[in-house]
Ligand binder design. Structure first.
Ligand SMILES: NC(=O)c1ccc[n+]([C@@H]2O[C@H](COP(=O)([O-])OP(=O)(O)OC[C@H]3O[C@@H](n4cnc5c(N)ncnc54)[C@H](O)[C@@H]3O)[C@@H](O)[C@H]2O)c1
Length: 277
């Protein structure tokens, strides 16, 4: 069985950086590749971990990495192209290659790969330091040792593995949560309640420390917009919902990562004591 020592993360954005930090903390050698120099600089600055090897060119990555985690944009064409070169580039015959995709099915993501049997989805929730579950979703051709390798790796980085043997768009938690998000946006679009009021209602009753719009800010409005495009049926209300989102994303109000979303950071209103009174 593949005993993971060296991890390569493809994409140094929001999730890629979080996974890099967790892997490093878990004692693994970590290499991170991104096509964007500015994404690399941002990740370096945010993590401040000198042992992570950052690469801005593919061939700087060590070819003998044991586990490859793809965390690029939620775009099928980009992901398939990345997974195709990753499949050819890394030489370990036991390599495990996975994607952190929120919405795409593994059997579809691996269409251009030769070693489909070494691939599955491996989905971290955000922020991965708080959300403990990591989804491991197999497709029909995934080798039986792959979930074992990922289960062990997940435990080693201090999180909880959750193996899903049958493909399902949105995994388990997200299937439930996307409905909450969709309904919350629908309420706001119809003017029934404002985002802050919807969060307050949710937080008071569930005793959770964050509401649906606070969660959208954490995930990133651009990422949620992608998810909405891919998941929501093209009904009139959903078209309004996407337009409503565009008003924010056009101004670079992408949530916590840009300092402004439905709330203003670093001290969003929903974290103040008076918010729930
Ligand atoms: N943001 C979340 O809360 C969240 C949660 C779970 C899963 N995900 C998934 O994780 C993935 C990444 O999301 P994110 O929020 O980190 O996005 P992000 O926009 O923060 O980062 C994506 C990174 O990929 C890089 N990239 C794009 N094309 C590339 C290529 N060809 N090669 C190398 N790097 C490339 C970009 O430069 C960027 O730095 C998506 O599939 C998303 O659905 C996100």
């Amino acid at each position: 069985m593949n005993i993971v020592k060296k991890v390569a993360i493809i994409g140094a954005g929001n999730l890629g950086s979080q996974i890099a930090a967790l892997s490093c903390k878990g004692g693994f050698c970590v290499e991170v590749f991104d096509v964007s120099e500015s994404a690399i600089e941002k990740s370096k600055k945010a993590l401040q971990i000198s042992s992570i090897k950052y690469c801005s060119k593919r061939d700087e990555l060590s070819k003998d990495c044991d586990l490859i985690i793809e965390t690029v944009f939620e775009n099928m064409r980009v992901k398939r192209n990345v997974l195709s070169w990753v499949d050819k580039y890394f030489t370990n015959s036991n390599v495990v290659i996975c994607s952190n995709s929120s919405e795409f099915l593994p059997s579809s993501l691996c269409k251009k790969m030769q070693r489909k049997n070494r691939f599955c989805s491996y989905h971290f929730h955000s922020p991965s330091t708080h959300a403990d579950i990591v989804d491991i979703m197999l497709h029909k051709k995934t080798d039986s040792d792959v979930p074992e390798v990922l289960t062990q790796f997940t435990k080693n980085i201090g999180l909880v593995p959750f193996v899903i043997k049958k493909e399902h768009k949105g995994y388990v938690f997200n299937t439930i949560f996307n409905e909450v998000i969709a309904q919350s946006i629908s309420l706001a679009v119809q003017g029934i309640a404002k985002p802050e009021e919807i969060d307050r209602c949710w937080m008071v009753n569930t005793k959770m420390s964050i509401g649906p719009f606070g969660m959208i800010d954490l995930v990133g409005l651009d990422t949620v917009e992608d998810i909405m495009y891919n998941l929501l049926p093209k009904k009139p209300l959903n078209v309004f919902a996407i337009r409503y989102f565009k008003k924010y994303t056009k101004q670079n109000y992408l949530g916590k990562k840009t300092g402004q979303g439905f709330y203003t950071y670093p001290d969003p209103k929903f974290e103040t004591k008076s918010f729930l009174e």
